[in-house]
Unconditional design. Structure first.
Lengths: 460, 81
C-alpha cells in the first residue's frame, strides 16, 4: 500500500520533513515585522522561574492564551516578578520554538504590573465624561492667536518645560509666561495639576494655559487621566491646551481640553505665534489700507481738479443759488423802486404831487434795503462756509498726500491700470472693454497695452 | 466665556483693521469719512505693531494667588531658559 503510492510522493507534491516545515513556519513568523517588536497586554498564569534564571509563563485574556518565555538575560532586570493573575504589558517578539513546533512570545521587558486596573479606570472615566458632555466640540473655547500671557502647568524640572520655553523663545520671545510648578506623575500629581489650573483661573491676565508633560509609561501619564484634572480643565474659563506624552498617547486631559497638542513642543508651536508671520500680515494690511485709500483719494482729487460738478451737486450750494436768485430779484426790484422814486420825486419837484405816495415808497425802499443787506450777510457767510469747506477738503487731501507714498506701493509689485488718456484707475472689469488700449503704471515707468481678454472671478 | 472684556485685544485690533480695509475697498464713502477711517486704520496699525515689537519677555513662577486674584511670583533663573 505504501509502496503503491511511491509515484505520488516524489513527483506530484513535494514532501517536507517536519523540521523543514517548522523552518518554513519560523521564516514566516520572522518575515512579519509586527511580530519582531510587539507589546501584549494580558493576565499572567502558570508563571515559573526556572533554576536557569529563565521565566516561563502564560499570558491570557478571556478568549485566548499564549506561552511566553523571558530569558535570564532580560529577567535579571525585572524589579518584581509578576504573580499569577497580574495584568502586565510585555514587550518582545513572537517566534517558533522548533523542538515543540509551538509559537511563543519571547519577552524582553515587562512594562507594568497591575496596570489592567488603570486601563479599566481610564475606559470607565472616558465613557462617564463623554456621557456628561465633557468632550463636546461646541464647548471648546478658541485658542487666542496672540496671547497676552501664557500659563504653563507642568513640572519645573521636566523636559516638557524646556521644550516649551525653547520654542517660545524661538517663535515669540515677547510673550510673558507664568509657570505653575506641579508634579506630573505619582499619587499627588493629579491634585497638584488641578490646583495649578484653578490657580491660574484666579489671575486676570492669563489668555491660555498649556498643561502637560513629556513622554512616559501609561502609569506615568495617569494623573492626566484622573477626574479631578478633567474637572479642572472642563471648568477652566481660560482655554487649555493639553500636551501629554508623545503623539500616540491619548489622555482624558487631551479629550476634555480645548485643544490637544501631540507633544509639549507642539503645544508651544500652537500657542506662541510666529512673530514674523504676524508682522507680515500686519504690514500687508497696512499696505492694503494705504493703497485703497490712495485710490479713493485720487478719485476725489480728480473730481476736484476737473470741472466736475461736485460743488454744484451739493445741496448746500443749491440753496445758495436760490438765495442768489432771490437777491438778484430783490436788487432788480430795488433799482426799479429807486427809479420809480426818483421819477416820483421829480414829479414832486415839478408839481408838488401827493406826499403820501412818496412816504410809502420811501418806506418800501428802506425795507428792501434792509432785506438786501441781510441777504448780503447771508451770502457772505455762505460763501465763506463753502470756501472753508473746500479749504478743509484741500487740507485733508494735503494731509493724506503726506500719509501716502504711492510709489512705494508700486515698488512692491503693484501697478495701476488706466484707460489710455484717462486719469482714473480701472477698478473693475466692467470699466473696460476688449481691445481697448490701456496704460499700466509701474514704479519705474509705463506700459501701453491692449486688452486681449476679460475674465471675471468665478463665484464658485 | 465668563471673563469680562477689559482692554481691546490684539486680535480685535487686527480684525478692526481688516474691517476698515474692507470698508474702504467696498464703500462709496465721503472723503472726510474715508480719511477718518484711514487715520483710524493707521492708528490700529501702529498699536498692533507696537504690541508686536514690545519687549515684554518675562518668565515667572507662580507661588501663590490670594483671594482677590493677586499673584505672588518669582522670576525664573536664566539657565532654565
Amino acid at each position: 500500500m505504501i509502496h503503491k503510492s511511491k509515484n505520488y510522493s516524489e513527483t506530484d507534491t513535494k514532501v517536507l520533513t517536519v523540521s523543514e516545515l517548522t523552518k518554513k513556519i519560523t521564516r514566516l513568523f520572522s518575515s512579519e515585522p509586527d511580530f519582531q517588536d510587539i507589546s501584549i497586554r494580558g493576565e499572567v498564569s502558570n508563571i515559573k522561574k526556572h533554576t536557569s534564571g529563565h521565566i516561563y509563563l502564560t499570558l491570557k485574556d478571556r478568549k485566548s492564551r499564549i506561552n511566553g518565555v523571558m530569558f535570564r538575560g532580560n529577567a535579571v532586570f525585572l524589579k518584581k516578578i509578576p504573580g499569577n493573575g497580574d495584568e502586565i504589558i510585555a514587550r518582545g517578539r513572537i517566534s517558533v520554538y522548533e523542538p515543540y513546533g509551538n509559537y511563543q512570545f519571547y519577552i524582553e521587558e515587562i512594562k507594568q504590573s497591575g496596570i489592567g486596573d488603570l486601563y479599566e479606570k481610564f475606559e470607565e472615566l472616558k465613557s462617564e465624561l463623554k456621557e456628561k458632555g465633557y468632550f463636546d466640540e461646541e464647548l471648546k473655547k478658541p485658542i487666542p492667536s496672540f496671547p497676552k500671557r501664557v500659563g504653563i502647568v507642568t513640572s519645573l524640572t521636566g523636559a516638557a518645560l524646556q521644550d516649551i520655553l525653547n520654542i517660545a523663545q524661538r517663535r515669540f520671545s515677547n510673550i510673558p509666561v507664568l509657570i505653575v510648578n506641579s508634579r506630573v506623575q505619582g499619587k499627588e500629581a493629579a491634585q497638584e495639576i488641578a490646583e495649578a489650573i484653578n490657580k491660574l483661573n484666579k489671575i486676570k491676565n492669563i489668555d491660555v494655559i498649556i498643561a502637560g508633560r513629556g513622554g512616559g509609561s501609561f502609569e506615568d501619564l495617569f494623573p492626566f487621566n484622573e477626574k479631578i484634572v478633567a474637572d479642572a480643565i472642563f471648568n477652566s474659563s481660560i482655554p487649555v491646551v493639553s500636551a501629554v506624552g508623545h503623539e500616540t498617547d491619548f489622555s482624558i486631559s487631551d479629550m476634555v481640553s480645548d485643544l490637544r497638542a501631540p507633544t509639549p513642543s507642539a503645544a508651544a508651536e500652537i500657542v506662541f505665534p510666529e512673530k514674523e508671520i504676524l508682522i507680515d500680515k500686519l504690514e500687508s494690511l497696512k499696505n492694503d489700507l494705504t493703497r485703497i485709500f490712495k485710490y479713493n483719494f485720487e478719485v476725489y482729487e480728480n473730481i476736484l481738479s476737473s470741472s466736475s460738478p461736485w460743488f454744484t451737486t451739493n445741496r448746500f450750494v443749491n440753496s445758495l443759488q436760490l438765495k442768489e436768485e432771490h437777491l438778484d430779484r430783490l436788487s432788480f426790484n430795488l433799482v426799479r423802486s429807486f427809479k420809480h422814486l426818483s421819477e416820483l420825486k421829480e414829479q414832486k419837484l415839478l408839481n408838488l404831487s401827493p406826499k403820501k405816495n412818496g412816504k410809502y415808497l420811501e418806506h418800501k425802499i428802506n425795507n428792501l434795503e434792509r432785506e438786501l443787506s441781510n441777504l448780503r450777510i447771508c451770502l457772505n457767510k455762505a460763501i465763506i462756509e463753502c470756501l472753508s469747506k473746500k479749504d478743509n477738503v484741500l487740507k485733508l487731501i494735503g494731509k493724506s498726500l503726506e500719509l501716502l507714498d504711492h510709489k512705494n506701493t508700486l515698488k512692491r509689485g503693484f501697478s495701476i491700470v488706466r484707460k489710455k488718456g484717462s486719469d482714473y484707475p480701472v477698478r473693475s472689469i466692467n470699466d473696460i472693454v476688449n481691445k481697448e488700449n490701456i496704460n499700466i503704471e509701474l514704479f519705474d515707468g509705463n506700459i501701453d497695452a491692449e486688452i486681449s481678454a476679460i475674465k471675471g472671478v468665478k463665484d464658485d | 466665556m465668563t471673563r469680562k472684556k477689559k482692554k481691546i485685544s490684539f486680535e480685535d485690533e487686527m480684525s478692526n483693521l481688516e474691517e476698515i480695509v474692507e470698508l474702504l475697498e467696498n464703500g462709496e464713502m465721503e472723503l472726510e469719512e474715508s480719511i477718518n477711517k484711514y487715520i483710524e486704520g493707521m492708528e490700529l496699525y501702529k498699536n498692533c505693531s507696537k504690541t508686536l515689537q514690545e519687549s515684554r519677555k518675562k518668565i515667572e513662577i507662580l507661588l501663590n494667588v490670594d483671594e482677590s486674584g493677586n499673584e505672588i511670583t518669582e522670576g525664573i533663573q536664566e539657565e532654565l531658559y
